[in-house]
Write a protein that binds this ligand. Structure first.
Ligand code: GTP
Ligand code: MG
Length: 225
């Protein structure tokens, strides 16, 4: 929570003054939810290591949306600025990115997590089966996880993006091109087209490597939900 204490001035200016404490409490609940899901993922990863001598998860990244991004998103969508509005409208305050080695790993880890009885799947967007027009691929799942406080269980959403190393590699460059470059429009269009070609090439390379890996390990093809 350290970084966010520095944001208190921002909250004071743009958030209802009588809700600041409630906002801080809410952020703590989102943080708890994020840790619960990442612990579940770590447990699945170690179980795979023990059972199959294979770690499906290459690494994970976690983040809580900053106060500025939360308020900015509410403003952009012309939504009310208060804690109720955050709870009702924002499902990506807590976010985890799970970077897997292979496409089979993406589906097995997400299927096992989704099947756990104490959490709910609120929304699935499968941009792996249905890539975006720009070539973006990832599996996005929004989970609701119970965080237990003195007042009882608070089901809290966490957005999890499952992707392979290749998908992550591609998405990082595409994000840089879109948000962090000052290139002229023509150059931007040219690079976007090249990136679309790269997405297809990476998809092919990935499929070939997945197939070699399946042969080495004797693993069956994973059922995709
Ligand atoms: P917003 O959160 O309001 O954008 O809507 P949403 O939650 O319906 O969007 P979606 O699930 O499609 O995407 C959420 C997140 O996925 C974004 O914040 C990005 O991190 C990532 N993402 C989605 N599309 C792209 C893309 O085309 N390129 C890259 N690099 N990342 C993307
Ligand atoms: Mg989002």
């Amino acid at each position: 929570m350290k970084a966010r204490l520095g944001d208190m001035n921002t909250i004071g200016e743009r958030f209802p003054a009588d809700e600041v404490t409630e906002f801080i409490d809410l952020m703590q609940v989102y943080e708890g939810a994020m840790y619960e899901i990442s612990t579940k993922l770590e447990i699945l990863d170690s179980e795979f290591q023990v059972r199959f001598s294979h770690n499906p998860i290459h690494h994970m990244e976690r983040r809580l949306k900053s106060v500025d991004s939360i308020l900015g998103k509410l403003e952009r969508k012309s939504l009310p600025i208060n804690t109720r509005s955050i709870k009702d409208n924002l499902f990506d305050v807590a976010g985890i990115r799970v970077i897997c080695n292979y496409r089979d790993d993406v589906y097995s880890v997400s299927n096992y997590l989704s099947a756990q009885s104490d959490i709910q799947v609120l929304r699935v967007k499968d941009y792996i089966k249905h890539p975006k027009q720009n070539g973006y691929r990832s599996l996005h799942v929004i989970y609701a996880v119970p965080v237990f406080l003195s007042s009882g269980a608070h089901y809290t959403p966490v957005e999890v993006q499952f992707r392979t190393i290749a998908m992550d590699y591609w998405a990082s460059l595409e994000h840089q091109l879109r948000y962090k470059s000052n290139l002229p429009d023509a150059k931007l269009a040219e690079h976007s087209q090249t990136l679309l070609d790269c997405a297809r090439s990476l998809q092919n390379v990935e499929a070939q490597m997945q197939s070699i890996h399946r042969d080495i390990t004797g693993a069956p093809r994973v059922e995709e939900a």
